[in-house]
Design a protein around this ligand. Sequence first.
Ligand SMILES: [Fe+2]
Length: 378
Amino acid sequence: MFLPLCPVDVRVLDAAKGRAAIRDMLNQPTRLLVMASRARSAELSLTPFLTALQGDGHAIQLYSDIPANPSVGDVAALLSRLRELAFEPTAILAIGGGSCIDLGKAAAALYHLLRKPDEAAVREAIQSRAYERPHPFVDLLAMPTTAGTGSEVTRWATIWDAQNRRKLSVDHAQGFPRAAVLIPEWTAGMPAALTLSTGLDALSHAMEAYWAAARNPLSQEMALLAAAKACAALPAALAAPGDLDARREMCMASLLAGLAFSQTRTAACHSISYPLTMLRGVPHGFAVALTLSSVMRRNARAVPEMERLEAVFEEAEGFDAWIEQAARGIQPLRLEAFGVTQADLPGIAKLTFTAGRMDNNPIVFTQDEVLEILRENL
Ligand SMILES: [Fe+2]
C-alpha cells in the first residue's frame, strides 16, 4: 500500500510567524471550528489570534470541551453540538495535544457522514469504516501544543470505546491534516510530567518504527534521528523548561518520529499500552514507555540492526539508565505506581492484542510472554 511520506504542509515557526502562517493558509473565508481547551486558550492568549481570524472574514466557533483520550461519546458530543448550533464547519483548527488533534480528525472524517450523531452512530461509523465512503472530509489544521503525539503528520486518530473496553481508529488517506504549524515556545509551558510523558511517546514512536515488522530503511533513518534528538533534548527540556533550543529539538523529534511511524505504524509497546490507559488511566506516553526496555531486549533477537538504536543511548550508559535518569523525581515508570497490581496482570495481558500493532512487532508475543513483560515492569 502506498503511504505518502508527508502530504501535510508542515511549518516550525515562532509564535507570531506561526499565527501568521495559519492566517495565510486560511486564505478563503471559512466557517472555522477552533478546538482548544479553556486552559490552553488562556495559557497561549488565543483571544487576539481568534479576533484576527474573525477580522479575516472567518466565522468562528470555539469548542473547548477537550477530554484526555477522546471517546466515541466525546466525538458524538462535539458533532451534536455543531448540529445544535447549525454550524457546519468548512475547516477545523485543532490547538492542543494529541487528544485535541485526534478529536478534530474524527470530527473532520465524520461530520458529513452523520446527520444524527449519537454515541452508537459514531461507534458504528468508526467500526464499519463508514468514513471510507466517498464524502468530503473537513479540512483540518493542527497546532500541536505538546511534543510527542505526531498526530499532526499521521492519517489516523485514536478514539476509545469505553463501553466495549477497546481502542478504535479512524484511519484513512484523507485523515492527514492539511497543515501543521509547530511552535516550540508553545510547548515550554508544559508541566514536567506532561513534557516527560509526551516526550516518551515521541521516543516510543521512533523506537517502534525502528524495529516494526513493517520497517524500511527510510523510516529507520528518520526513527534514529528522532531517537537521537529525544535522547539529548528531553532531559534538557526537563532540566530547563524555558530552553527553546531543547523545545525545538523535541518538536523535531516528535515530528520525525511521527513521519517514521506514519510509514510503519507502532508495535507491541503501543499494543500493550492500550488496556493500561483504558483500565487504569495511565497517561499514554507513560503507558507506552513502561515496556520499551523489555520489548527492545527481546526484539534485538529478530532485528540485527538493533545495535544502531542502542548506540543512541551509549553516552547515557544505555537505554535503561537514560530513561531512569529522565523520569527521576517526576514519575516512577513502574506499573505499581499507577495502581496496577499483580492480580490485574492476566486480565490486562488478555486485552493487549490489537491487530495491526501487536502483529507488527518483529517477534509476535504470546499472551504468556506479554504477561512476563508486564511482570518485569510491575
Ligand atoms: Fe503514541
